[in-house]
Design a binder for this molecule. Structure first.
Ligand SMILES: Nc1ncnc2c1ncn2[C@@H]1O[C@H](COP(=O)(O)OP(=O)(O)OP(=O)(O)O)[C@@H](O)[C@H]1O
Ligand SMILES: [Mg+2]
Length: 393
């Protein structure tokens, strides 16, 4: 899926200029850094990366430098047999890296692509500073001549998009329990970035192709090239260009460039709705009124009798009705237009915990769904609710 560099052209506001003057050590953008790094070579560049990491926070990962020859060896000279995906950044290959004795995913920067050197270094810096089971691990990188390559842990089940929206005919669709497990893992990854990472991070490109799945369908977030260090309390972060992916981007960010952690919460709501419905957020192959998932879902959120119709037909009605209602309520809360009324990520994690725990603890009885009016109320009050943080689904 393509990345759109601007859903609205350059947004530059007085608050941006005011803010940039006050930018403190560790709160800078990556722009000047990336430009400077492009001019450096070999070990001096690596030293600079290490120094920059220390300015932003502390390095939490031992990110290695690989030679280009090692990558050629690992991927059988970037053979098409090893190609596992293609994104806006470039191609992704599966390989085996002898020096660390493990399978890896090798992502090559396509210099003609939309995303570039800034994203490359942002990815290296961000992934050096974070460490969580629900974030993909960057094992190393290669900067040699014109080559820019990132090396990650290999995720055996590819992306959520592969399993949910681009499902091969011979593959089984994800069952309800696995879907909730994936949502829970992805939510924990975001929650870590917002609340525990130091400094806190806004992910900015949360979408199903950036949620990778290991052999046990544990979810890990990938692609930090667009991630931003979150503004301090009271500071405003207005980006000069609105970056993200069409459909997943929150309305206020698309309109004004004002970036807060609530932008990620909206994107989480979009992905969670994709998980529940099996529908892509923008699907031009559908009837006009169904092409935009959010527009399609809005009236249905207000009508409890429509909730079961929203579930992915590939689930073949194998889901707990109460769990479905609760999941829809969480999605509706995250998708509220007024960004201040969206829940925080820790609220979402707690709500999802209840959905997954309840699912395994009790066999959902058909009659129970009618009692879950509190949950239904959440969905019905979509876009009007003022306080959502205290009531749980
Ligand atoms: N660490 C990994 N392990 C296994 N497969 C991966 C890994 N990283 C990426 N892939 C595969 O490569 C595909 C392309 O990933 P990539 O991040 O380059 O692009 P994208 O997320 O599809 O689009 P965009 O460029 O807009 O982010 C993914 O959808 C996934 O199938
Ligand atoms: Mg990606």
């Amino acid at each position: 899926m393509s990345c759109f560099p601007c859903c609205k052209s350059e947004v530059e506001s007085p608050s941006f200029r005011g803010c940039s003057k006050k930018v403190s050590k560790g709160r800078r953008t990556f722009k000047s850094l990336a430009a400077a790094m492009s001019l450096k070579t070999g070990s001096s560049r690596h030293r600079q990366i290490t120094e920059e990491i220390l300015k932003y926070g502390t390095a939490k990962n031992d990110v290695k430098i690989f030679t280009y020859q090692e990558l050629i060896d690992a991927t059988n000279n970037f053979s098409s047999d090893c190609l596992v995906g293609e994104g806006g950044f470039g191609n992704v290959y599966k390989g085996y890296m002898k020096s660390i004795e493990q399978n890896v995913a090798v992502k090559t920067l396509n210099r003609e692509g939309n995303q570039g050197t800034r994203e490359f270094f942002a990815e290296v810096l961000m992934l050096s500073m974070v460490n969580h089971p629900n974030l993909v691990k960057l094992l190393g990188y290669c900067v040699e001549d014109d080559h820019r390559v990132l090396v990650y842990e290999y995720m055996a089940n590819g992306s959520l998009e592969n399993h949910l929206l681009d499902l091969d005919k011979d593959k089984e669709p994800l069952d309800w329990e696995t879907r909730m497990k994936i949502a829970d893992g992805a939510a924990r990854g975001l929650e870590y970035l917002h609340n525990s990472a130091d400094p806190p991070v806004i992910f900015r490109d949360f979408k199903s192709s950036n949620i990778l799945l290991d052999e046990n369908f544990n979810a890990k977030l990938s692609d930090f090239g667009l991630a931003k260090i979150a503004p301090k309390e009271g500071e405003n972060l207005v980006t000069t260009r609105v970056m993200g992916t069409y459909g997943y981007c929150s309305p206020e960010y698309a309109a004004t460039g004002k970036l807060t952690s609530k932008t990620d919460i909206y994107s989480f709501g979009v992905v969670f709705l994709e998980i529940i419905t099996g529908r892509r957020v923008i699907d031009t192959a559908r009837e006009p009124e169904e092409r935009n998932l959010i527009d399609w879902a809005q009236p249905m959120f207000k009508d409890r009798t429509k909730f079961t119709q929203m579930a992915d037909p590939l689930l073949k009605e194998k889901f707990p009705q109460k769990g479905l209602f609760q999941a829809l309520a969480v999605a509706a809360m995250c998708l509220q237009e007024d960004y201040e009324t969206r829940p925080d990520m820790d609220d979402v994690v707690e709500a999802l915990e209840q959905i997954t725990v309840k699912k395994s603890e009790e066999k959902d009885k058909a009659g129970e769904s009618s009692k879950s009016s509190k949950t239904a109320g959440h969905a019905e009050s979509f876009r009007s609710q003022k306080s959502v943080g205290t009531e749980r689904a």
